[in-house]
Ligand binder design. Sequence first.
Ligand code: TLP
Length: 343
Amino acid sequence: MTKIDLRSDTVTRPSPEMRKEMANAEVGDDVYAEDPTVNELQELAAEILDFEAGLFVPSGTMGNQVAIWSHTTSGQEVIVEEDCHIFNYELGTASAFSGVTPRPVSSPDGVLKIQKIRSKITPDKYYLPETGMIALENTHNNKGGRVYPYEELRKTVNFAREKGIPLHLDGARLFNASIASGREPGELVRGFDSVMFCLSKGLGAPVGSMLVGNEEFIKEALIGRKRFGGGMRQAGVIAAAGIYSLNNNISRLQEDHENAKILGQELKDLGFGLTPDPVETNIIFVNTQQAGVDAFDLAKSLRKKGIVIGPRNSGNIRFVTHLDVNREDIEKTIKAIKDYLAG
Ligand code: TLP
């Protein structure tokens, strides 16, 4: 039975066309900067986002953490949104490896309003920890793939520049934000000091993320990547998948968003609660408690039909659409949920 996996867009597998590019990739030792395919990918990423330089890293987590390590000095604070990936799912690495303290700011929709950021910037006093960096997340995973409002992005960029505080974007799903907002990815990241985006989520590559910034930042990040154990050798084999994904898999993210909308609407009609409502990109948090359904029990029942979903707890499930799930799979999932409800 073909498996329909809606737990995450990280589960996508390289297509036969992508694998062909991987098999034919020219390679060299990337620690010596001699892998032509990695170099090409780095240039392509920088060009797409209109930055000076790019760095291929093994994962999104490493990209974020290398950015923190590069921008800050030990003892500083990093302003983050309370539900963001850096604060919740990166195992305290900012503190463990870079010696910084996250300063979490709560927000109902993942958007850090400028007044809130302002209130968390430490005054210039020798006895207070200095603010070393601000990080935003677009789209916001834990808030259901929400797209960061463009005006707020601009305000934060202007504020960070005025204060001289490095601004980093966790853009794991930046291209989803671009497709959903109809704005070029470069426009969404203009004025940031660094951006991380993932090749291995909706874009469909098996491994890897990109970090972009100016030449000086990337020079520092190169040291950070090696320190963190991310110096790779004949990485062109996987970089080729990244190049393929950037050339072929961006505009099709629209299909994932449409599939998520269809699934979300059906679930809403069945009495489930949605976050966000309406669905914005490829992620939906579904409140099953509202429909009197135990999320683990529903997951168990769907698994028997080859459909895999990821309950967060007994009342909440995250559904994520991606390029390995088509419209028919969405229809099958809806039918399976209806059958479950029918008892
Ligand atoms: N997200 C994964 C899990 O770690 C939660 C997922 O299934 O969504 N930033 C954001 C916003 C992310 O969602 C993720 C991964 C990362 C960074 C880290 O990327 P990786 O997994 O490549 O380290």
